[in-house]
Design a protein around this ligand. Structure first.
Ligand SMILES: Nc1ncnc2c1ncn2[C@@H]1O[C@H](COP(=O)(O)OP(=O)(O)OP(=O)(O)O)[C@@H](O)[C@H]1O
Ligand SMILES: [Mg+2]
Length: 597
């Protein structure tokens, strides 16, 4: 696949925010859509949790029975027999709980994995406009941290969804069965706990929301600083950048500490409420036992049920507390998944016309405006380029040359007009066919971490070693003495000129019909460039070659030269024709001749 060169960092448009109702729905929709594949596991969780909860609810009842009928009557046999039942129920409870947890974790983790895969696949189909729409940093956070949050919430939900409601309702029924006279105590404890935990949750929610934004922020900052580390060093900006990072880091630390502080107070407060409830049960219940209104065993059971009810309420509130953060995250993930990917990227196999056999290129009245920009970068550009010919594009920096050639491999699509290859609009060519037909040496040459061989084979997966060596020889990449030579991410362990030559070799390996060089000789000295051109002549004989160049010397033998100025083609022809007809071209030639003189 030809590498695309784009730098979305400088065209960042904040993602559109969705309206509120859609947001909550997103979390449900996302987990439902991806969790559906694990219906088997989820059913198991439901059944097993039902078993666990019923066992949990049954135990205090048995306990009360032992105390009331065994201990109180001093009936040791009775104690033993009910005790055995209790032991069995407890074992069953533990086994079912462990199994439920196991299935829940499996379902949640796999759902998370599937969401991550979906995000990854969607992002891979983005063209540079889509990338610019989101920005790289947030896409990384969304694919990792945000999915993680959704996954954790889903796990929590699976663990509590059956247990909490049944435990709360069942606990209330069982408690009242033991002693209806103290129902007011249950009501009071539930209300107090709900209110207190609710207040804590209300404090935490906005903090969680802010946390997500801060994570995006520090992620973006780190990316920029690591990618630009050389510039930072060259300009002695270490202190400034360090301060910027320290500030972002400090903000996250402060926020985390605030969240931590709330958590720290939360647990003692909850324990206090639980203990107060116990004390109240003992106090009021004690009097009732004294008065003969209730048996000791029932009081013990009542207390245990109250604890279970309060635990269930807590689980529920915890769940609610996780929700806001998960909703924000699910929303951000959905935004990526539902983002209408670029028109070109949407081209699917089977669509469009005949397969690309020749590689004739035609631009018909093509205009292009970057998203969010006011002025078009390309205006009504028309030209044709045929197999076996070389078309050169020359023009001042910022004239729109890179934008123009970027339309060919479908990095973005024309705002108006059409780009056609073999008379088929690029937008209608299936993605796989298009990347096979157009190979490009991007202006910012990019290599992937791996080896020379792994990078070259991107152009053609099944290329033989001989083909790779041939391409390297033609591209004048004589510094390579081993195909397994390691390449670091971005190709930072080779020089700019070496990187350019490796990218040229990568393009030569591919069987593409259209070869695009975007300013690919800029880092080559004149002698190397001449040797490269001579060596390439045979390889590109039947290709449609499009060369963007700054130096007239690189292009003067081209079959046609297009002179660009501010997004328009202002003159076209061969070197000689242009010398005679175009003032702009003469100026370019003169400016370069002067240097030589
Ligand atoms: N991603 C982008 N978003 C918005 N505007 C952009 C983007 N990329 C380029 N431009 C603008 O489009 C114009 C043309 O850029 P382009 O990269 O096509 O020029 P170029 O002719 O290749 O220049 P150079 O010779 O320096 O490579 C420039 O004015 C630039 O500011
Ligand atoms: Mg350019």
């Amino acid at each position: 696949m030809p590498a695309a060169s784009f730098d979305p960092a400088h065209t960042r448009i904040p993602p559109v925010s969705l309206n509120k109702e859609r947001r909550t729905v997103n979390l449900i929709r996302l987990t439902a859509r991806f969790g559906r594949s694990y219906a088997g596991e989820i059913t198991a969780v439901i059944v097993l949790q039902l078993v666990t909860t019923l066992a949990t609810l049954y135990l205090p009842d048995l306990n009360a029975d032992i105390i009331n009928n065994g201990v109180a009557q001093a009936d040791v046999d009775y104690i033993w027999s009910v005790g055995r039942t209790m032991l069995l129920v407890a074992l069953l409870q533990v086994a079912a709980a462990v199994a439920a947890m196991w299935f829940a974790s499996r379902a949640a983790m796999r759902t998370g994995r599937d969401i991550r895969t979906a995000v990854y696949e969607r992002v891979s189909s983005f063209d540079s406009e889509d990338m610019a729409h989101f920005g790289t940093a947030t896409l990384i956070t969304r694919a990792t941290n945000d999915v993680q949050q959704v996954q954790m919430t889903f796990l929590l939900f699976l663990n509590f969804m059956v247990a909490a409601p049944i435990m709360a309702v069942g606990g209330i029924i069982m408690a009242l069965r033991q002693d209806a006279g103290m129902s007011w105590l249950v009501v009071t404890a539930v209300i107090v706990l709900t209110v207190v935990v609710g207040i804590i949750a209300a404090v935490l929610m906005p903090l969680f929301k802010r946390m997500q934004a801060k994570l995006d922020n520090i992620n973006g900052l780190l990316r920029e600083q690591i990618a630009g580390i050389r510039v930072v060093r060259a300009f002695g900006r270490e202190d400034y950048e360090a301060a910027r990072f320290a500030e972002a880091n400090q903000q996250i630390t402060r926020l985390s500490l605030n969240i931590g502080r709330v958590f720290v107070t939360m647990f003692p407060v909850i324990m206090l409420i639980l203990n107060l409830a116990t004390a109240a049960v003992l106090w009021f219940g004690g009097h009732r036992v004294d008065q003969g209104l209730v048996e000791v065993g029932s009081l013990t059971a009542f207390m245990q049920y109250l604890m279970q009810i309060l635990m269930a309420v807590m689980m529920g509130v915890f769940m609610l507390m996780m929700l806001p953060r998960a909703i924000v995250c699910a929303d951000r993930v959905e935004e990526v998944l539902t983002h209408e990917a670029g028109r070109v990227a949407g081209g699917s196999a089977g669509a469009g016309g005949a397969p690309i056999s020749k590689g004739s290129v035609r631009f018909a009245d093509v205009s292009y405006t970057y998203p969010g920009a006011e002025q078009p970068v390309l205006e009504r550009v028309s030209f044709e380029a045929h197999p076996g010919t070389t078309t050169a594009i020359i023009g001042a920096t910022g004239a729109g040359k890179t934008t123009l050639v970027g339309l060919l491999p479908g990095l973005y699509s024309p705002s108006s007009g059409q780009v056609l290859i073999d008379a088929t609009p690029v937008t209608a060519i299936p993605r796989e066919d298009l990347v096979g037909a157009v190979a490009m040496v991007p202006q910012k040459p990019w290599l992937y971490s791996g080896t020379v061989a792994s990078n070259l084979r991107m152009g053609k997966a099944d290329a033989t070693d001989k083909e790779l060596w041939d391409a390297l020889r033609i591209a004048q990449a004589d510094f390579v003495d081993n195909l397994e030579m390691p390449i670091s991410q971005g190709g930072t362990n080779v020089s700019g000129g070496q990187r350019q030559r490796l990218c040229i070799a990568r393009m030569l390996v591919s069987d593409a019909k259209v070869y695009v060089f975007d300013d690919s000789f800029s880092a080559l000295d004149a002698l190397t460039e001449a040797k490269l051109n001579a060596a390439m002549r045979e390889t590109v004989r039947d290709k449609t070659v499009i060369v963007v160049a700054q130096k007239v010397s690189s292009i003067q033998h081209a079959d046609q030269i297009l002179v660009m100025e501010a997004g328009r083609i202002v003159a076209r022809g061969t070197h000689e024709e242009l010398l005679a007809s175009s003032e702009t071209y003469r100026e370019i030639v003169d400016s370069q001749a002067e240097v030589r003189a």
